[in-house]
Design a protein around this ligand. Structure first.
Ligand SMILES: Cc1cc2nc3c(=O)[nH]c(=O)nc-3n(C[C@H](O)[C@H](O)[C@H](O)COP(=O)(O)O)c2cc1C
Length: 197
């Protein structure tokens, strides 16, 4: 696949095989994230590459517990409603049981924090597709980036006082018949374009 095909065929993977991601591939993906552009070349994104199964399970429980305490209200973002509803039902694993969760943080008072993290996440998603790995953007840790328990946990993992989480990525070998990511692009019906000549 050339670079263009790798971008166009990237799709979200939400079912993963129970297999650790090869360390060399992990390094390539992380380097792709680290080579993303950043506002003013600030390079202030901070990556947490979590492969520890116990920690992944603990995070899933903490996230589900945090959502269980929330109430759904009118006009709430649909995916957030799903997270809350499924947590209350007791069957919610926000990271889909992926073998590797890459969490991206940045300075909380930096104006490009979300933009820089998004560039890093997109770079990693495309790199993973080129390496036959599946990914899915995971937003729950951003929604919960003021949750005291999660903040404490990530501070113990190296999150700075002045940093917050702005996005995450589930990564792994897709649980498909051929083990490859689904690569049929979803039709784009939104994302309007105006050509001004
Ligand atoms: C900012 C952002 C947040 C997202 N959050 C989640 C999420 O928390 N969980 C999830 O399963 N998918 C999440 N997604 C993936 C989108 O649902 C997905 O990209 C979209 O449905 C299009 O499908 P595709 O990625 O297969 O092209 C997110 C994507 C973006 C860009």
């Amino acid at each position: 696949m050339n670079a263009y095909e790798t971008i166009i065929t990237r799709r979200s993977t939400r079912k993963f095989r129970n297999r650790e991601v090869d360390e060399k591939l992990t390094d390539l993906i992380i380097e792709a994230g680290r080579h993303a552009p950043s506002g003013g070349n600030s390079q202030s994104s901070h990556f947490f590459v979590i492969t520890n199964r116990e920690l992944l399970e603990k995070l899933a429980l903490m996230v589900s517990e945090a959502f269980r305490k929330m109430e759904v209200h009118e006009g709430m973002y649909r995916s957030l409603v799903t997270s809350i509803t499924r947590s209350k039902q007791g069957n919610y694993i926000f990271h889909y049981g992926c073998p590797m969760l890459i969490v991206v943080a940045n300075k909380k008072d930096y104006g490009n924090n979300i933009a820089d993290c998004a560039c890093a996440l997109e770079n990693m998603m495309i790199a993973a597709n080129s390496l036959d790995l599946g990914t899915c953007w995971i937003n729950q840790l951003k929604w919960l980036n003021k949750d005291e328990g999660l903040l404490e946990l990530f501070k113990n993992l190296g999150l700075g006082e002045e940093e917050r989480i702005y996005g995450a990525l589930a990564v792994g070998y897709p649980d498909t018949e051929d083990g490859l990511p689904v690569r049929t692009p979803l039709p784009r019906t939104g994302n309007k374009v105006e050509y001004i000549k």
